[in-house]
Design a protein around this ligand. Structure first.
Ligand SMILES: [Zn+2]
Length: 335
């Protein structure tokens, strides 16, 4: 059994004090990785299961297991939450990224919300396995607002990379998660862009940093990686007359057999995705942002060109901005 380093996911950890909504949704730890537990210890996937149900979404069988413990919401509500996330990711990628997946739901006493999500590749015959810790007092509304489950499923679509490229794994999940939900219709484009405008500045390189491959801070891993993905998406759309985007590159990775169940060097990920869009956008951007730190992006100018402004805390769109069609295409369902 091959077990890779799990992906622990906290893109909103540093916003906890300012965004109460997310405070109930994710853990306080900013740790981005932990070694797989030794096999002779109790492994996360060996937790006892008291109830199990398999759903079918995007061509995949997704086995949902419940560990012992009580939840105020019904198991059916939890299953629906997982199914909605699976649908968002299936629509974004054209299918669910792996043929079989297992989600282990662990109720946590006296807590509320989706406390954490962690995803591994290749566990006990499943190409992907996610452990979701769910507070006993979690409400249906908490599940509707949750980003974590979709984020974990996005991880299943990217081959496992070496630890210095962890920023691409977390950055991609951070960037794709709200877009996939918007394409499904469960988030508004305004919500996606508000979150993007507020989050992306954290991904700018700090003085003295040497690129994403060499900077392993929380901000660089989640938002630096997300900034890379957004810049790639926009550049691909500019170069292809808005006919292709990062989404096509990511689908190309799946079509070439990529998923969390396989290890790829980052060069292969970049080459395969660039071939799928007929560009060299990812290769060029990787040199600039991955292997060195280019000058900070002029984000204010970019929001302006995309036709996005924040007025009294709300996003207002300008449909006459030069990149407005690209902004619209990003959150529009992709055939
Ligand atoms: Zn993650």
């Amino acid at each position: 059994m091959t077990v890779q380093t799990p992906l622990r996911c906290h893109p909103f950890a540093s916003l906890l004090t300012s965004i109460i909504l997310f405070a109930s949704l994710c853990g306080l730890s900013t740790s981005s990785a932990q070694p797989a537990p030794p096999h002779h210890h109790h492994a996360p996937w060996d937790t006892p299961v008291v109830w199990s149900h398999t759903i079918h979404e995007g061509g995949a069988n997704i086995q949902i297991d419940f560990a012992p413990g009580s939840l105020e919401i019904s198991r059916e509500q939890v299953v629906n939450w997982i199914d909605t996330a699976a649908r968002a990711v299936s629509e974004y990628y054209g299918r669910f990224p792996v043929p079989r997946d297992r989600v282990l739901v662990i109720p946590v006493p006296d807590r509320r919300g989706v406390l954490s999500g962690t995803t591994w590749g290749n566990v006990d015959g499943f190409p992907a396995f996610s452990r979701m810790r769910l507070g006993q007092h979690t409400t249906a509304q908490d599940l509707v607002a949750d980003w974590t489950m979709t984020h974990e499923f996005v991880h299943t679509a990217l081959p496992s990379l070496s630890p210095n490229h962890h920023w691409l794994e977390e950055g991609l999940a951070t960037y794709v998660e709200p877009i996939a939900r918007a394409q499904l219709g469960t988030l508004t484009p305004q919500f996606v862009w508000k979150e993007t405008v507020q989050g992306m500045p954290q991904g700018e390189p700090q003085p003295g940093e040497q690129g994403l491959d060499n900077t392993h801070t929380w901000a660089s891993t989640y938002w630096g990686g997300a900034l890379f993905c957004m810049m790639a998406d926009i550049a691909i759309r500019e170069k292809t007359g808005n006919r292709k985007g990062l989404q096509d590159g990511l689908r190309g990775i799946l079509a070439a057999g990529g998923s969390i169940a396989v290890d790829w060097p980052i060069a292969k990920v970049i080459t395969v995705a660039d071939q799928a869009t007929g560009t060299r956008v990812l290769a060029d951007l990787y040199k600039k942002m991955g292997q060195s730190a280019s000058a900070p992006t002029d984000l204010d100018s970019l929001w302006n060109r995309l036709g996005i402004s924040l007025q009294n805390g709300e996003v207002v769109f300008n449909d006459h901005a030069p990149l407005a069609p690209i902004r619209e295409a990003i959150t529009t369902p992709h055939p």
